[in-house]
Design a protein around this ligand. Sequence first.
Ligand code: BDP
Length: 677
Amino acid sequence: EKMYHMWLQYNSIDGPDLQAYQKLFEEVALMGSSSIMEVIKEELNIAIKNMLHISPKITTNQKAKIVIGNINQLNELLENKKKQEIESMSNEGYLLYFFEEQLYVVGKTDQAVLYGTFHLLRLIQLRRTLNTLNISEQPTNQLRMLNQWDNLDGSIERGYSGNSIFYEAGKIVRDKSRLKDYARFLASIGINAISINNVNVWEEETFFITEKYLPEIKEISDIFHSYGVQLFLSINFASPIAIDHLETADPLQPEVMQWWSNKVKEIYDYIPTFGGFVVKADSEHRPGPFTYDRDHADGANMLAEALAPYDGKVIWRCFVYNCVQDWRDRNTDRARAAYDHFKPLDGRFHPNVILQIKNGPMDFQVREPVSPLIGAMEKTNQMIEFQVAQEYTGQQKDLCYLIPQWKEVLEFDTHIKGVGTTIEKIVAGNIHPYRYSGIAAVSNIGNDQNWTGHTLAQANLYGYGRLTWNPSLGSEEIAKEWIIQTFGKNANLESVILEMLLESWEIYENYTAPLGVGWMVTPGIHYGPNIDGYEYSRWGTYHFADRDGIGVDRTKETGTGYTEQYAEPNKSVYNSPTTCPDDLLLFFHHVPYKYTLKNGKTVIQHIYDTHFKGLEQVKELRKKWNSLESEIDDARFENVRERLALQEDNAREWCDQINTYFYRKSGIQDQHQRTIY
Ligand code: BDP
């Protein structure tokens, strides 16, 4: 039960706060009617009943203690100053304030009012006093999106929390109540867009854009729409061939263009609020414009033209690289691929195309530099892609709170337009005049009772939404909010879980691939160690360890020249091992095992130390969690206890294999003579 409700527990409030809250919520005026206003009413009923044990009288009485509505509905009630303030905000902006004994939640649109309401409910969950409120908020990022990698057969690509909540055994789920709950969770953290099928669009999913599936997809869309979340679909670039047996999917062929234009019209006839397409093309065996000797701009623009009359968007992924490359060919560095493919196309994309770029140049490793493509295209809308699903960071068996990683990425200074050109500002659309921009991420939920497999992995989903709404929030602040809402207000519990979350990314990094080199995971499944698992395969993911040293030379002079894709000073900083930060050293350089790091240790000793340490830290995590046994309900306590046991097994395996491997490769002893096999 409790695990299902994630951070919307609405725990019962007692003690001195209760009466004050109760008084306030005796009567709530809800102005206006729309599907969004309906869900606001529902949410208030659930929340107030659970927290305050009363059923608020919902009226339209302007004298009620709490008044909720959009600016048009509340027009006569508002002072001019407040009206102007709201006018100056984006459509999603709202005010939350006390004025003459009344509490106002007023937004520019119903969607904004919904966000304001969730904000108010969050404050109560956090036990804040309300009678001095004076909040004005709007999201920093325009698009705040989740990508489901769900398949029609019910499986989820890189899903670690059970099966899909959208599909089951080749069908869209009939009972959509869980989708509604998911939409609630997303709205409560400000997510405003979702794509509901895997970016790898296989056989049957291709037909999502046909009458066979559109009526039911419309139902899903309506559910999300009433929570302010716009629905997108991933499409198969070869759809004209697959669906209607056209001879080609060439984006410059008039018949193909006409086909898409008809198709898009059909979709909007069913779903007028449809958001657009997410496209993975010419990547990992998916079809795309390359088949016809066209480029990505040709491909994206063709779809963009079809969508433009409806304000639809094309979200075109930049995860494009040669996945059948030869490891001996140092010139085909996978890290270079996105930039090499897309940068020359700047200026050619239509204004309703957005390029979606993974945060790093490789693939969601525990540590990667920031993708040099982000911000490098001034005339092309861009958004960043994170992965909430922990594909390479423990798969929701191991604890890894990812907000600190994402914050580092967002705070990275690209220097593309001088000092202070951070990723945060680029994706917020504050550097280049992007029409659309924002953040997307691969979701981590499934049909497990607790949604995320590991109960503490709920914090990643929560944090993703909060950070995307407001990137200036701290990792710690976000974690605290999540802990209190999820487990209740309890100082000890708060400090223990906070500590566990905040150190978890470092711990995971300690026992896995060292110093930014990445991979070393079991091929295919990507969990657990296999140091050479990808070393001699064709995916472009190598560490080049030999008897003398390790790391990938990506320098200008002797390596792949990847460092050239950054603006100065990053280019020079990364290009030299003496200035390259330790934690990325092996991503950029091939160095001898006895190379001395800035932290004073040799590379080999650093590897030994961090791996022994990582394992010890996991043991500590288990102790910390066990100390909370009496303070947490059994189900959630057991869930995390079990996961931490799995994590210890995994950490031990990594530690053993990595240390043994490098001891055998290098022949260099651990200075502390710890046991290495
Ligand atoms: C990789 C995943 C693969 C995805 C691909 C993508 O291993 O399953 O299809 O990314 O992003 O991380 O398209």
